[in-house]
Design a protein. Sequence first.
Length: 416
Amino acid sequence: MKKKSPWAWVPSLYFAEGLPCVVVMTLSVVMYKNLQVSNAEIAFYTSWLYFPWVIKPLWSPFVDLIKTKRWWIYSMQLLIGAGMAGVAFMIPTSFFLQATLAFFWLMAFSSATHDIAADGFYMLALDEKDQAFFIGIRSTFYRVAMLTGQGLLVMLAGLLEKATGRIPLAWSIIFFIIAGLMIALALWHRYIFPYPASDKQRTQQTPREILREFGRTFTSFFQKKGIIAALLFMLTYRLGEAQLVKLASPFLLDSPEAGGLGLPTADVGVAYGVIGVIALLLGGILGGISIARFGLKKSIWPMALALSLPNLVYLYMAYTLPTNFILINICVGLEQLGYGFGFTAYTMYLMLFAEGEYKTSHFAISTGIMALGMMVPGMVSGWIQELIGYQHFFFWVILCCIPVFLVIPFLRIEEK
């Protein structure tokens, strides 16, 4: 393998992994809201886009079998770039909703496949020492992608909306920029990636053998001790957050007459995409410190409370409709800080539950169930909000935080 510094490709690889995900899941919500799509349609259709991540474990073995991880990575990045350009071309059309959703589906499947290949390549191209060193770097640049997608790009879209006076044109420009960025990243990675000797097409296993092995790992997952409590925990831990995340940006954008705060698009980029993401990062760091010091068993209750209680700030804003932008930023930051802190417990539990003979496969299945727990509640969240209004909706979100506290006492948490 020709030696190339990981600094040349690890940061850009995980930026490229995070960007399409945040575009599909978050930026699309803001775009559709500004293009006058209803909350029910936004929540339903964008939640469906979680589906590729739900079923990602089903085709991950074939990424190992066909071609190399290196090939999969830059091929998916090119495909994602083409999908971004497709969205840009379709936004000004009269059938933009159906057309852009088709391209978002393409990008979602491509992005899920890219995740599989990128994580595999990371392990093949780096030795254990470098893997440990760069794990923080890859996480940081994934978060930088989040900051870019739901912060900087939303702010730029807001500025373009004002400058051009044409909302569809502004969002077309945004997606052309992202398309160019993804294609540039693909070309960069095609050039700079090393060629690990172990990154080669596997010919010794047939698809039938891989399917048989996957069947064994899948069956053994559902034979684990405490599986029922584990599944309930995976599906209910983010039950409230799964609905809140789909309506947070529409609430900030909607007019006071519709029950929202009436913020300009650029201000939403600052509040949710900059302040919110920074608070999310800080919460994640504090969560990691807490688990490292006290362990998951002692931390899980306060972390579950931290994930749930800050949702009260949206209930407060829905009833008071504050106009002070600093106060709005504080409220959004508090909710995201609690979410980042509480989500750490969820990730740690999935890792502990996956321990055993099929650790990697079982963790992949767990993350698929995690995505399902976000997809299904998110699909109905917009319909619920339109039915009962923002005030009652945020009260409903708080009620949805209760089930996980009934499940936690039954969890098996085995820490070393």
